[in-house]
Design a protein around this ligand. Structure first.
Ligand SMILES: Cc1ncc(COP(=O)(O)O)c(C=O)c1O
Length: 440
């Protein structure tokens, strides 16, 4: 690891780390410049952009990734939770090969979707019936639209820091291209504030949509009391309670709803559940989902060319039933809990204003030692220090999201955990002086 002479000033240290990054990645830079020709800012997916330019990854295998300049990384991002199986898992690959052998794009029902749907129903008991989409965003669009149509109401309660897809962005100041629903924006983990917010709109509340742990906003778990109260609020008002478990369903055999013993009316899924292919699903009680029964005269239309695409249907089935079994979900998440504890131990030993949040296999990195229960709490973190952490860990061969997010795959092992802990220890040792005066 290079020495860090600029350790008296965060801005100087960051500038130096970025210079090192630039010098070490000329092929990624060239690739990025080429991408700018036909993609706005060289990008087609906002979450993965990195200033001054993003790395281009060219190969993955197991828990490893390689970039265009030949550097090897241990993948602690796992495609923002979708890459749970690691790269090219043999069972998933077999499922895809077999599907390709029989042809794709039939424009018809196939056997795979029914089998996969039953596997999902068996795994998530609140999902009595399910429908497939191509992304988590689309699953949430369908769930919210269905809730509005069923209740005949307009308001959707969501929470600051929530992310439910490209048109459901409630991080920071939100997004002007959000879907034009009438949102009420609550504060995460604030029972009284949420009740006060909803009170004037009780009769017009169509849905409550929540991630049972804020994922993209820093792996901030909801308390059981808060989720229990939302369940009660939905039942009292007649609103549809939607748990967005697109990320969190991986955290326990039946997702966080299973952990808390809460039965939402609807659940949305995505990411790894499709075996690493494009995927989304929305499901719930038979009473809600039967609106999508095409035999019903007054039923809802829900088309989608790729809803039952055979690659996803086959990879997802094998992933859920053969690879990420309930037992494997427990061991992966226990591994994550142990790793988080170890990383927090490193921060505590050096008395750094740094903490690692989350549950099981999802880890959020924050440069503050204040308690974090909401997105506003997380905003106290020092963002320049977090950027520095990202560039320092990259230099150590650790791949994570720049916003401070990690997700573990089943391909990672104890040696990988040691590598991450070693990189964090070195960051803590070499950068300790930069933390002075950052306590908020
Ligand atoms: C909680 C949550 N919901 C929905 C989505 C959207 O899923 P997709 O990217 O498949 O549209 C995401 C994606 O990160 C997510 O984290």
């Amino acid at each position: 690891m290079a020495q860090h002479p600029a350790n008296t000033d965060i801005a100087a240290a960051l500038a130096e780390a970025q210079e090192h990054y630039r010098a070490r990645n000329p092929r990624s830079l060239a690739q990025y410049e080429e991408a700018c020709d036909a993609l706005p800012g060289g990008n087609t997916r906002s979450a993965i952009f990195v200033d001054p330019f993003p790395l281009t990854m060219v190969r993955g295998e197991g828990s490893r990734l390689w970039d265009a300049d030949g550097h090897e990384y241990t993948d602690f991002l796992s495609e923002f939770t979708a890459g749970l199986f690691g790269h090219s898992h043999p069972a998933i690959r077999r499922a895809l090969d077999q599907a390709l052998d029989s042809g794709i794009n039939f424009g018809a029902h196939g056997p795979a979707e029914a089998r996969f749907a039953r596997a999902i129903r068996d795994r998530f008991p609140a999902i009595e019936l399910v429908r497939f989409t191509n992304s988590g965003t689309e699953a949430n669009l369908m769930a919210v639209s269905a809730a509005r149509a069923i209740t005949g109401r307009d308001k959707i309660l969501v929470f600051a820091g929530g992310y439910h897809g490209g048109v459901f962005y409630f991080r920071g100041t939100g997004s002007v291209i959000n879907a034009p629903f009438e949102f009420l924006l609550g504060t995460y983990n604030d029972i009284e504030g949420t009740r006060a917010l909803v009170e004037p709109h009780r009769d017009d509340l169509a849905a409550i949509m929540i991630e049972p742990m804020l994922g993209g906003s820093g792996c901030i778990p909801a308390t059981k009391e808060f989720l229990d109260d939302l369940r009660a609020l939905a039942s009292e008002t007649g609103a549809v309670l939607i748990f967005d478990e697109v990320m969190t369903s991986r955290l326990a055999p039946s997702g966080l709803q299973g952990v808390h013993g809460i039965r939402p009316d609807m659940t949305t899924l995505g990411k790894y559940v499709g075996g690493g292919m494009s995927f989304g699903a929305f499901g719930g009680s038979a009473a809600v989902m039967e609106w999508f029964d095409p035999r019903r005269q007054d039923g809802f239309q829900h088309a989608g060319t790729f809803n039952n695409n055979v690659l996803t249907m086959n990879a997802g089935y094998v992933g859920l039933t053969e690879v990420y079994t309930p037992e494997r979900a427990l061991t992966l998440n226990a591994f994550g809990d142990g790793l988080r504890e170890r990383l927090n131990g490193i921060a505590a030993a050096k008395r750094l204003t740094m903490q690692f949040t989350g549950i099981g296999s999802m880890i959020g990195v924050h440069m503050t030692d204040l308690p974090i229960r909401s997105a506003a709490d997380a905003a106290h973190g020092n963002s320049a220090l977090l950027d520095l952490f990202y560039f320092d860990l990259l230099a150590h061969g650790i791949w994570m999201a720049k916003r401070g997010m990690m997700a573990l795959s089943i391909a990672l092992d104890e040696a990988d955990a040691d590598k991450l802990a070693g990189a964090v220890e070195e960051f803590a040792a070499t950068r300790a002086s930069l933390f002075k005066g950052t306590r908020s």
